[in-house]
Structure formats: C-alpha cells, structure tokens
Design a protein around this ligand. Structure first.
Ligand code: ADP
Ligand code: MG
Length: 704
C-alpha cells in the first residue's frame, strides 16, 4: 500500500512529485501554467510518437522519425574547419546495414555514457549525406536486457514543449517517467462528469482510465480512444449548457403570443409587396410566424447568403408584432446599415402609415430625446439602430420583437442585453446573418437557437464573375472598370482597414481615391470610410445610390447589406488581408440587379502562390456555406468569427472542423440528458464539473 506521504491527489502541487522536483515544477508553472498534479493530467499531448516498433536499418525511411536497434561502432572526434568546432561521429550496425550517427555540438555526454560495441536504441530521422545514411543528434538509449526494450518501446505522447521546458530536460521521456510515478501513487477522487449510461452508449473510456491512456498509452489506438473521450467531454459540457439554456428560455420565460398574424401582414402582403417572395422566404416567414404564435420566446437565426432577401423577412416579422400592438427594435452593426434598413422599412411602410424611427450614436440630442420619449410612451412602433438601442436610458413600452442583423458582429453576450429591455414578457428574438456559419460551428455557437436557412436567391440573379489578380495585373481590372462605366454601370473599390495600422490604411484609401480620380477623369468618384461623420457617410452613400457618383472608393464600412443594383463592379485591393467569408460578403455588394457583375480581388505585392491559391477558392465557389467551411478550416474559429468576444469557450483538445462527428454525438447525448433530467439532479458529478467549467470560461451569462 502506498504510504500517505507519497499519495498524490488532484491538488498536490507539482513540486512534491517525485522525479520532477521543485526546479522543474517552477518551470512548468512558468512555461505551461501548470501548478498541480491535476493540471498536469489535463496537459493534453500535441501528438504521439509510435516507438513500439524497431525498424531494420536496411528498411529505414528517409526524413521520418524511427527507432533503430544495434551496436555502436568506434567513436571519432574530428574538427570541422567550416564550423570551426569539433564533431563526434560513430556508427550503428544492426546486422542488416549500418548508418552514421553524428553530433555537431554538446556531445560530451554521449562519449561519457556510451562505449563502442554497446547495445542501444536510437531514435531519429535518417537523411543521406553523400552515400552515407546518417542520423544527426539522435536520441540514444542504452539497452541492458530484453526487459529494457519492453519498457522503452512505447507510444510517447509529445507535449507542446517550449524552449524553456526543453532546456530543463522535460523531454517526452522525462514526461513518461513522471506520469509513471504519478499513476503509481495517485489517490484521486475523480468522479466522471460523463454519466455511465452515456459512456456505454457512445463507447467512451472512463475518466481515470482515459487520463492514463492519454499519458501512458500502450498503443496508438488506446491513445486515440482517450483523445476521443476528452473531445467528447469538451463538446458535451458546452452542449449541456446550451441544452439547459434553450430549455430555460422556453420554460422559464414567456413572450406575448401573437396567435393572429394581425391585420398589417395581410394588407402589406396583398397591397404593397413589391415582388413575389421566393419559396425559401415564404418557408422562413412561416417558421417565424409559428414561433411568434407561442407564448414562448422565439429565438431563431436566419442564415442566408448575401442578397438572399433577409430584410423583407424581417419586415414580415415586424408586421406581426406591430399588428398585435407591440414594438419592434431592429439592431444593425453599423450606422450605414441601420440607415439603409430604416430607408427600406420606411419605403415599404410609408403607404401604410407606420412610423419607423432611427436611433444611432450620431443623432442630435433633441431628436434623440424625442425618439426616446416616443419609445417609452409606445407611440413609436418600430425603431432601427445600432447598439445605441440597448443602452441603459432606452426604455420601451411594449417591446415584442428584437431583430439583430449581422448578429455575429455582436457576440453572444450582447444578444442578451436587448432582451432585457422587455417586461413583463421577453420579446421574440430574430437573428440574421449573411456569414454562413459551418454547421459544426453553428451547433456550438448557436446551439440554443433554432436555425432557418434561406437557400434560394431571388430570381434573375446572375452569378458574379470572379477574378483573382496578382498585384502587377491590376491594369486588367481597370480596363474592365472602364468598360462597365462606359455602359453606365457603377463600381466599388475597397481597401482593407485593420485597427493596428489604421492611419496607414486610411492613407491607402485616400491615395487610391486620387489615383482613381486621375485615371477616370470623366467620372465622379466618392469616398467613404469609418473616420467620417455619419452625415458625410450618409451623404456619400446617397450620392452613389442615386448615381451622382459612379465610383465609390472606401473601406469595409460598405461591407454589409448595402444595396445598389446598378453597381456591377467590385474591386478589392489587398484582398489577401481579408478572410474568405468577408470577401464573399463583399462580393455580395454587386450582382444585385439584372446586369452581369464582376468581382475582382487584387493581391498585395509579392503574395505567395499559396496565398493566391486560397483566394482562388472564391473563383471556384459562389456558395457562401462552402466558402465559410474553407475559411474556418484555414483560420480556425477565433479568427473566423473575427472576435474573441464571440462567447465561445476555447476548445483545448477538440477541433471544431475535424471533430464534427464527435460534436454531433455529444450534442445528441447532452440534449437527451437535459430532456430527462433538466437540473441534473441525478448527476451531481456533472453538476460540479459544469460549475467549474462555467467559472473557468466566464460563461455565467448562459445561465441567466
Ligand atoms: P440580404 O439577405 O443580403 O439582406 P436584402 O434583403 O438586402 O438581402 O435583399 C437584396 C435585394 O433583393 C433587395 O434589393 C431586395 O429588395 C431584393 N429582394 C428581396 N427578396 C426579393 C424577391 N423575392 N424577389 C425580388 N427581389 C427581392
Ligand atoms: Mg442584409
């Protein structure tokens, strides 16, 4: 029996771990933020090296790490004149062939610990030097008996080693010894957060066994099983929270039930609808109608590619709420977009005498005050704005519906804020996005939301002809631009704007603006960027929209939702500085009318062929979902979403792109579990674990 003093618990500080020692413990703390034995257990290996097999030297593969076994030849030291240093060489012979082992520096230990004729294991990547097979700086292990081999031939986890860890001798061999010590004397109170029934059903390792298999695997297969279990666990915890939240929203909160569609929808549909709705639009409107007919708050996300016609769908939702005597707040991420929505809504609703207010940061105080009063009295049925809408002093008389456009720009936390404006009910909630989100990411990010997809464009749209040009091919873009202008069309030219180099970028816009003016003296050129006042921006947009300017040079403030059917050319400079999904969104600024449209992405000077290839995905695909998947793969979820505020906890071992299948299984398990046991009364271990998880990732907003 292990004595009490050598029993390690989850919280035992690492300095008490035998074989590690206080100095290395300190380095582990500093370099990898590991303080306790529990932390060490959760230190996931980056990959595994399968050293269970010895390769005969005659069958060695080049450039691949392999294990060899043989006897050492004589040691030779010689001076390399090129390096001005002494070099150690010896040979390894295993009966099939021989190879050279070579050390260029720090080799004294080799000479001290090994002798000619000694039986050893050697690990390294062979290369050819002339005709000689060579291993440089191999790992070398003495073999005294056959049991040695059994111990040494193993699957080694490879941990994310920093230079500091390496210097402290924390190699994978050392980690292996440490874990052997830890598991031999471990006294953990580990209750598995994944219920037994779920483990059985999905064939998952028990938690303690999984920790052992992860750090001391007997085979690669076992290591993979352990990894699968922890991936499942990561997804499962988040999905349990999402399932609980979805249930909470539906069971603890009430919304006004709009059992009748109301008079306004009928009037609009029959008298003022400017075009026939697509089947996809009709389907989504029906889904919204059904949701809003219930006394349970709707929480629905509409995903639809740029130009798929989400705005009119939002209008129908608004008409249901207003027709039932409630107010509607529509929030957009930028002023330009809020203004455009207001314009569209006013144009559609003016004939029906329904007022639409606009609330943005730049509003004069008097006007702002009037709007706030009208909202509080209930006089104003529809308000459209930026995040100004959820500021503290904004109060609503009867908020029945919130609509959030391009909602991924706001993040999960902010989704909740607008909600809290309604009383005594919660409002119905409609989210819209033109950035199609790959299914797996959507399940994590919006796992508590119902999703509708508009997968059909209004009739008559033509595919946008897309070209990717190297920097020196830009003249071709201008030639096309000239042709289109001649036909009476209009064009956008877009420059990237990223915060760190904002000044430089603005300069690029201004230089581009002058360049274009010079090159196209017979046309009027406008400019728009985020540093302008909202009146200036509004003015520039209006001039472009009415055709007073033919070319609009700007930054991504014209990114989302801007609608000018006569614009047929989009040129993006330094296209490589945008994500693919964003470029696809930008592309949606054209192709909104009946004319053929063109998107031209110009690469920065000297862009690598690989980066060019990435851009060419836009030539191959017009489907936003497809592009978003490629984009997510290339950039990972953090950059893909463009904000660390997305509210998504970090996955430490699971990969949202690669592990879609595990995610789906974990989601199914979590939702079934919450249906059966909403408060996890029969699962105290999971409860405790979730509690820590929420704290660790700051997910408290999930539970309110
Ligand atoms: P997005 O989904 O990108 O927000 P919009 O709602 O701005 O798209 O719609 C793009 C354009 O298509 C607008 O000019 C809109 O009036 C028009 N539109 C929307 N639905 C239809 C339809 N069913 N038939 C014809 N045009 C439509
Ligand atoms: Mg839109």
């Amino acid at each position: 029996m292990a004595s009490v003093s050598t029993a390690y618990t989850w919280n035992t500080p690492l300095k008490y771990l035998k074989g590690l020692g206080p100095r290395r413990a300190e380095i582990l703390q500093k370099e990898a933020n590991l303080a306790t034995c529990g932390d060490l257990l959760e230190y996931y290996p980056r990959k595994y090296l399968d050293y269970t097999r010895v390769t005969p030297i005659a069958q060695a593969l080049l450039e691949q790490e392999q294990v060899f076994r043989g006897r050492l030849g004589a040691f030779r030291v010689r001076i390399s004149p090129k390096r001005n240093a002494s070099i150690l060489t010896t040979t390894l012979y295993d009966g099939t062939a021989w190879m050279e082992l070579i050390w260029y520096h720090h080799w004294h230990w080799v000479q001290e610990q090994f002798t000619e004729n000694q039986h050893v294991l050697v690990i390294g990547k062979p290369t050819y030097k002339g005709n000689t097979l060579q291993l440089s700086h191999p790992e070398i292990l003495p073999l005294r008996s056959d049991t040695d081999i059994q111990k040494l031939l193993a699957v080694y986890p490879v941990y994310p080693l920093t230079e500091g860890l390496r210097k402290a001798g924390l190699t994978h061999k050392r980690f292996r010894m440490i874990f052997q010590e830890l598991f031999q004397h471990a006294h953990f109170e580990l209750n598995d957060p994944i219920p037994t029934a779920i483990r059985d059903r999905y064939n998952l390792m028990e938690v303690r066994e999984a920790y052992r298999a992860m750090h001391l695997p007997t085979s690669l297969e076992e290591a993979n099983q352990a990894a699968r279990r922890f991936k499942f666990q990561e997804f499962f915890l988040l999905q349990v929270l999402l399932a609980q939240r979805k249930r909470l929203l539906k069971s603890e909160y009430t919304a006004p039930a709009f059992t009748q569609v109301g008079p306004l929808v009928e009037v609009f549909y029959h008298k003022h609808l400017p075009f026939a709705l697509t089947e996809a639009q009709k389907r989504v409107i029906r889904e919204i109608r059904r949701d809003m007919g219930q006394a349970v708050p709707m929480n629905r996300l509409i995903q639809g590619d740029v130009g798929s016609g989400k705005t009119i769908v939002a209008l129908f939702a608004a008409l249901i709420a207003v027709g039932n005597g409630y107010q509607v707040a529509l929030m957009a991420p930028t002023e330009v977009l809020a203004e455009q929505h207001a314009r569209a809504f006013r144009q559609w609703l003016a004939p029906m005498g329904i007022a639409v207010g606009l609330l943005t940061g730049g509003l004069p105080a008097a006007q702002r005050k009037r709007i706030l009063t009208q909202l509080e009295s209930g006089e104003l049925p529809i308000i459209i704005g930026t995040h100004a809408l959820f500021q503290e002093n904004v109060r609503y008389a009867r908020l029945g519906l919130t609509i959030i456009d391009e909602q991924h720009k706001f993040g999960v936390r902010q989704r909740a804020l607008l909600w809290e404006k309604a009383h005594p009910h919660r409002p119905h909630n409609l989210l819209m996005t033109a950035t199609p989100i790959p299914r797996t990411l959507a399940l994590s990010l919006y796992g508590d939301v119902d999703v509708s997809i508009i997968d059909e464009l209004p009739p008559g749209r033509q595919p946008i002809k897309t070209s990717v040009y190297a920097y020196h091919q830009r003249q071709q873009a201008w030639r096309l631009l000239a042709e289109e202008l001649q036909k009476g069309r209009q064009a956008y030219i877009i420059y990237p704007l990223v915060e760190e180099s904002e000044k430089l970028d603005l300069q690029a816009v201004e230089v581009g603006y002058q360049e274009i003016q010079k090159a196209f003296p017979h046309y009027k050129v406008g400019m728009i960027h985020g540093k302008m006042s909202s009146e200036r921006k509004e003015h520039e947009m209006a001039r472009f929209k009415s055709g007073q300017t033919q070319i609009l040079v700007g930054t991504t403030v014209i990114e989302v939702g801007v609608d000018v059917p006569n614009a047929t050319v989009l040129i993006v400079e330094h296209a490589d500085r945008f994500g693919l999904s964003q470029l696809h969104q930008l592309r949606g600024r054209v192709g909104r009318g009946k004319h053929a449209s063109y998107a031209i992405f110009i690469a920065s000077r000297d862009l690598s062929e690989q980066a060019m290839e990435r851009l060419r995905a836009l030539q191959s695909y017009q489907d936003g979902f497809r592009i978003s998947e490629i984009d997510l793969k290339l950039r990972g979820p953090g950059d893909f979403l463009g904000t660390k505020q997305s509210g998504l906890p970090e996955f430490r071992i699971a990969d949202i792109v690669e592990d879609g299948e595990i995610l789906r299984a974990a989601r199914e398990a979590a939702f079934t579990l919450i249906e059966e046991d909403p408060h996890l009364q029969a699962h105290p271990a999971l409860q405790t674990y979730l509690h820590h998880y929420i704290k660790q990732y700051g997910l408290e907003f999930f539970t309110t």
